[in-house]
Design a protein around this ligand. Structure first.
Ligand SMILES: [Fe+2]
Length: 288
């Protein structure tokens, strides 16, 4: 587990500098400030070291401003070492109507992001909390599991299941890679859930909702028993090794998207007097 927090003095220094210089008005000035600030570079270096060891980091920022320009400048700090920032921040809020887009309030099963994208799946995901769940800490917790912990367990406890996960193709279907994708063409892929990369590292590609979508959309109905059993056993072992965190406003969860899976527990909604709903809101950015 890697939890890194900003000291109050560090946050004060960052906020003062950003406000003093009125850096919000210009993205490239803000990027330059982040890139040349020894303070922020130190934050970036610490996060990278922790990611190498632990594959994900919970960055407790003590309520650092959650804005698209600041998150953009923050992610760009990692470009030289981790990959290329997709110059787009997705904003997602919990909703009671799936047709409105965003995230459903129900529990989100363990998955990695853009699992149907075989060529350009993000290597790292940054999730920042814009607004916390209106009903507090027992809701909307983010869970993360490192796939190497699952593999180590399976080698000892169920090598047959490990073999299946490495060899059995499982179909997924999606119209567009993400809800924001302009191209809504049908995507059908059939990867194995686990695979071994060129450095002999086990990677994971899993999104159960896309697997279910394949079988319902193709008129097959339910997920076939053999695949369902494999997935249920896999998820049981994942749950054993999952750690959950409550992220506060401003906190940033940074994950290796190829070697971890993440989920989110049930979220809640608060009804306002004008009939609108207050819900958790997040921003998501990717490095490919
Ligand atoms: Fe996700």
């Amino acid at each position: 587990m890697a939890v890194l927090s900003f000291s109050t003095a560090l946050l004060k220094k960052i906020n003062t500098k950003v406000m003093e210089e009125d850096l919000f008005k210009n993205q490239s000035n803000l990027n330059r400030f982040f890139d040349t600030s020894p303070l922020l570079r130190a934050v970036g270096d610490s996060v990278i070291n922790l990611l190498k060891k632990d594959e994900y980091v919970v960055l407790k920022t003590k309520k650092m401003t959650a804005s698209v320009p600041i998150l953009t400048a923050f992610i760009k700090l990692f470009e030289p070492k981790l990959g290329r920032f997709i110059d787009h921040i997705e904003r997602a809020r919990i909703h009671d109507l799936p047709s409105c887009g965003g995230e459903n309030y129900q529990h989100l099963t363990l998955h990695n992001d853009n699992a149907v994208d075989l060529t350009n799946q993000p290597k790292y995901v940054f999730i920042q909390i814009v607004q916390e769940d209106p009903n507090g800490r027992q809701y909307a917790q983010n869970g993360v599991v490192k796939i190497k912990d699952v593999v180590t367990d399976l080698k000892a406890s169920n090598p047959q299941l490990l073999h299946q996960l490495l060899t059995k193709p499982v179909p997924m279907l999606s119209f567009g890679v993400t809800i924001d994708s302009k191209d809504k063409s049908e995507i059908v892929v059939s990867p194995t859930i686990l695979s071994e990369d060129e450095k002999n590292q086990i990677t994971v590609r899993f999104d159960y909702s896309r697997i279910q979508y394949f079988f319902s959309e193709k008129g097959i109905g339910e997920v076939p028993k053999q695949i369902l059993t494999m997935i249920e056993c896999f998820l049981t072992v994942c749950e054993k090794h999952k750690k959950s965190y409550y992220l506060e406003k401003g906190d940033i969860l940074i994950m290796n998207n190829l070697t971890t899976l993440h989920d989110r527990s049930e979220s809640t909604m608060e009804l306002n007097e004008d009939g609108s709903l207050s819900t958790r809101q997040i921003m998501v950015g990717f490095i490919v």
